[in-house]
Design a protein around this ligand. Structure first.
Ligand code: TXA
Ligand code: MG
Length: 339
């Protein structure tokens, strides 16, 4: 199932010549381009339908020279890199002035991450002999659910090679399943570390390494598209409901003649639902399955997806964040459909 070294080498040549390649990471699949080629980066924005002022994460090979990308690495960055790279953690630091601003949406900062997925690492080692950076947002259309399999990428962009996407590398299902944790370290003196996006690496784990708990974003914190309220959203309305209320709400919707899809966790499946999925009890398993479950529920032809809310605990922060954003656009839908 994993891409062969022949395919990986071919993909590296495509990136070097300014083309787009989709590749697996342990979090979600990325839509990659040469981070130092503004024309190639522009193709990412066009393919995603994403505004050009949204910065993109730059992926680096294991052992890459981080100092090439940023001349101002705070001590906390070094500590977090030593603790969590390769892995699902993105650091926002000051961008070295020779790195084109296109990759940062014009900001003077840069997001850096070293993925642990073996196919991503092989691609990054092959691309510019391991000295390049691959700019890559998640390989989905802007605002839609991130892809965790190569098939999801095909659903988003069609079969490669096509006009937008030259190649899709397969690496199986992404292990983590939700996007990387993002920590902003660009304003340490005034604001301290700031958690821009929660993920599998938790606030407490970060605090354990740098000795201080990252703050929540203030109004002046860097823009991040993954932090827009409505993001990661299925097209079907989605309501996040407490476990104790799920059965009652489902019953009212069914009585009103609605078609429902249900993502339960500790509650019993609802037998009259047009689709239901029992989600894993543990956070890691839940995150791993989340986006595939949302995609499956989205094509079930339901009027609304009912998602049982997981516990409100630190470890569930990343998952709860994605579920809240998936539900954001559907505010009011539940009340309307119960009538
Ligand atoms: O797990 C991940 O992070 C995946 C895989 C492919 O690595 N990538 C991903 O990319 O989720 P994307 O573009 O969908 O989300 C990246 C987030 C966005 O919210 C973006 O605004 C933020 O990172 N970001 C990137 N560079 C930034 C910067 N210089 N300053 C502030 N935010 C930045
Ligand atoms: Mg994304």
């Amino acid at each position: 199932m994993n891409a062969s070294s022949f395919e990986i080498n071919q993909a590296a040549r495509i990136l070097e010549s300014g083309g787009l390649v989709a590749f697996p990471t342990e979090t979600v699949y990325g839509l990659g381009a040469d981070a130092e080629n503004p024309a190639a980066v522009a193709k990412i924005y066009a393919a995603k339908g994403r505004p050009a002022n949204h910065p993109v994460i730059v992926h680096l090979a294991p052992g890459a020279d981080v100092g090439y990308w940023s001349h101002e690495l705070p001590e906390a960055a070094r500590q977090l890199i030593a603790a969590f790279w390769p892995g699902p953690l993105t650091l926002i630091v000051k961008r070295a002035s020779h790195i084109p601003a296109a990759v940062s949406g014009g900001q003077d900062t840069i997001g850096l991450r070293c993925p642990s997925h073996p196919v991503a690492q092989a691609l990054l080692n092959e691309f510019k002999q391991g000295k390049g950076g691959v700019a890559a947002p998640s390989a989905n259309k802007f605002g839609h659910v991130s892809p965790t399999t190569a098939d999801h990428v095909r659903e988003e962009f069609g079969i490669a090679p096509n006009a937008q996407l030259a190649c899709i590398l397969d690496g199986g299902q992404s292990e983590v399943g939700i996007e990387s944790t993002i920590v902003d370290l660009t304003r340490m003196a005034t604001h301290g570390p700031v958690l821009l996006r929660p993920g599998h690496i938790s606030r407490e784990q970060i605090a354990g390494v740098i000795g201080r708990v990252p703050n929540t974003p203030d109004a002046a914190a860097p823009r991040a598209s993954g932090t827009l309220d409505a993001h990661y959203a299925p097209r079907t309305a989605l309501a996040l409901v407490n476990a104790e209320e799920l059965a009652g709400i489902a019953e009212r919707l069914l009585k009103a003649g609605r078609r429902i899809a249900v993502m339960c966790r500790v509650t019993q499946p609802v037998s009259q639902a047009v689709a239901h999925i029992r989600m894993p009890l543990e956070e890691a398993g839940y995150a791993h399955d989340l986006y595939a479950a949302l995609r499956a529920m989205d094509v079930a032809g339901a009027d609304i997806i009912l998602a049982e809310a997981p516990p409100d605990e630190d470890i569930w922060q990343g998952v709860n964040d994605r579920l809240r954003r998936a539900a954001f656009d559907s505010a009011g839908a539940l009340e309307r459909l119960m009538k």
